[in-house]
Design a protein around this ligand. Structure first.
Ligand SMILES: Cc1cc2nc3c(=O)[nH]c(=O)nc-3n(C[C@H](O)[C@H](O)[C@H](O)COP(=O)(O)OP(=O)(O)OC[C@H]3O[C@@H](n4cnc5c(N)ncnc54)[C@H](O)[C@@H]3O)c2cc1C
Length: 308
């Protein structure tokens, strides 16, 4: 029986653990398939306050983890596969393990959709990115590509044109899912060039540890070509990690958890923090901030429901 369980060990979960630990709640973190979360996939993080020279994503996460451990956080590996919120204590299942907890903080994050290329995965943090706000600054004066045809691809192309000398928007079709106003805005930007209808077949050069060009196939004619670029931003959407909560917690139409009054979900005693409930900001510092909020809200809830 636990006071508070935290699902996920990204910056939201770890920050919640630091606060819950310092409130003497002895939190338990269930790590999931990606211990450390998205930041453990990246290299230099330059926008987390307190590190004037930047810090490597995995090092930042390791620091947070040590800080959480220092205040009594316990970690268990495994992913939550089922939840029962029908009564308290809540029951959580992770494979063969069952946990009980008086309060729950969900910090299971969101996963950026990728094209599915091996080279793409290997070059994340080395020229391939899923976050323009995070990594745009690294591509000052460079030619880069944005993959996608939705609003977020158009928004990222426009944003990245502040830094890059040229932004190629690569999309499989000649038509776009993005709203007309967003497409028109990108088309009016002289640094943005549309390359359609193309599929990205490979990103080179994994052996050299950086992006030099993308291999493209015209989806109508089958013609192959290459395009020299130094960065590739994948902007084909995110998937919140909320499958296990379907039908049990309120979600928006894209599956993000809905929170109100801070970090509260529709089930009293269940709180949510980080990217799992935020499709807008998706930053380490905002995730950490909401992890703090969730821990404070959980602490208050436990105090008020001591004998429940
Ligand atoms: C390549 C890349 C570079 C980035 N660079 C920056 C940057 O420079 N600056 C910045 O501010 N932001 C950056 N971001 C964004 C930042 O990483 C995220 O906003 C932040 O990690 C969100 O934290 P989170 O804790 O909400 O979720 P996540 O980091 O996504 O962590 C989710 C956690 O939940 C766990 N989990 C998921 N499902 C389950 C389950 N069923 N059971 C148990 N556990 C589960 C996962 O294993 C993981 O531990 C970057 C993201 C990426 C992908």
């Amino acid at each position: 029986m636990n006071n508070v369980i935290i699902i996920g060990s990204g910056c939201a979960g770890l920050t919640a653990a630091i606060y819950a630990g310092r409130a003497n709640l002895k939190p338990l973190i269930i790590d999931g398939y990606e211990p450390g979360g998205q930041l453990s996939m990246t290299t230099l993080v330059e926008n987390f306050p307190g590190f004037p020279d930047g810090i490597l994503g995995p090092a930042l996460i390791e620091n947070m983890r040590k800080q959480a451990e220092r205040f009594g956080t316990e970690f268990k590996s495994g992913a939550i596969t089922d939840v029962d919120f029908s009564k308290r204590p809540f029951k959580l299942t992770a494979g063969n393990d069952v946990y009980e907890t008086s309060a729950l903080i969900i910090a299971s994050g969101a996963t950026a959709r990728l094209i599915g290329l091996e080279s793409e995965r290997k070059l994340i943090g080395y020229g391939v990115s899923t976050c323009a706000t995070c990594d745009g600054y690294f591509f000052r004066g460079k030619e880069i590509a944005v993959v996608g045809g939705g609003d977020s691809a158009m928004e990222e192309a426009n944003f990245l044109s502040r830094f890059a000398s040229k932004v190629y928007v690569l999309h499989r079709r000649n038509e776009f899912r993005a709203s007309k106003i967003m497409v028109d805005r990108a088309r009016a930007n002289e640094k943005v060039k549309f390359v359609t209808p193309v599929a990205v077949e490979d990103i080179s050069d994994v052996a050299k540890g950086g992006v030099e060009y993308v291999s493209l196939r015209n989806t109508e004619t089958g013609e192959k070509s290459t395009l020299p670029v130094e960065g590739v931003f994948i902007a084909i959407g995110h998937e919140p990690n909320t499958k296990v909560f379907r039908g049990k917690l309120d979600m928006d139409e894209n599956g993000y958890l809905i929170t109100h009054d801070g970090s509260r979900t529709n089930v009293p005693g269940v709180f949510a923090a980080g990217d799992v409930q935020d499709h807008h900001y998706r930053q380490a510092v905002t995730a950490a901030g909401s992890g703090c909020m969730a821990a404070l809200d959980a602490e208050k809830f436990l105090d008020a429901n001591k004998n429940a």
